[in-house]
Design a protein. Sequence first.
Length: 286
Amino acid sequence: MNPTQNEHYPPVVMPSLDQQVVLTGQKALVTGASSGIGKQVAIALGHAGADVVVNYVTDPDKAEEAVQEIQRRCGIRAMAIQADVAKEDEVQAMFRTMIKEFGTLHILVNNAGLQKDAPFEKMTLAQWHRVIEVNLTGQFLCAREAVREFKRRGVVPEISCAAGKIICMSSVHDTIPWAGHVNYAASKGGVMLMMKSIAQEVAPWRIRVNAISPGAIRTPINMAAWGTPEAYGELMKLVPYKRIGEPEDIGRAAVWLASDYSDYINGSCLYVDGGMTLYPGFDTGG
Ligand code: BGC
């Protein structure tokens, strides 16, 4: 059943063009935020004025460092919450803690993800399962809890045009096949259609669901691809813009996608990849 006009569709008040992109008063949860892309996304959301939960699974010290950095640099409230996003009870406990501490949630960045690479014939079922359960099932579990909270609360126009925003961290490998990484590419391809299907279903409640698909970003997950000059040179053959992406590139995109500046964007995927998805092998041939 669709929501009624009055209850869920207050008039949209767009941010004026002289207003900066701000997230003041919003509460954000970033999964896998103790390092890499997640950490920079959490910092960027904090800079824009959101209070931030830094989710982590294994390293409390690194998560606490991220929390301290966010509080010092951004002057907003941040806290770390441990949860393995692949475990339903842990995800639900994390949302309960966040809602108890912060009152509610406006922004979910489904970022936690990992790689367990292997040649296809050597890939174990455990490697397959772990990648799918963190990268895909984890995003499902977190998005479901977020949607429950967004629907419960509805739109608060002073805070945002939308009842809530979900950003799914996908990858260029939701569209570029990736030999030796079959589990990872399958998980990200899954994220893409999961994101669009959730977006279609919950849009009438003014809930926006989008994805960011990063290309090669300088983080620990892919250090082998940029850690030496030789590797970096090889990598640049795949990047028309001829530089590696920085986690800040993703942080800025996430702030914009979470803000009312992008209010009419729903079910979209933003490739932040320096052109990696432009088939660079065709730049002189074909
Ligand atoms: C992977 C990285 C890889 C990049 C571009 C990302 O999704 O996690 O390891 O460098 O895609 O291939």
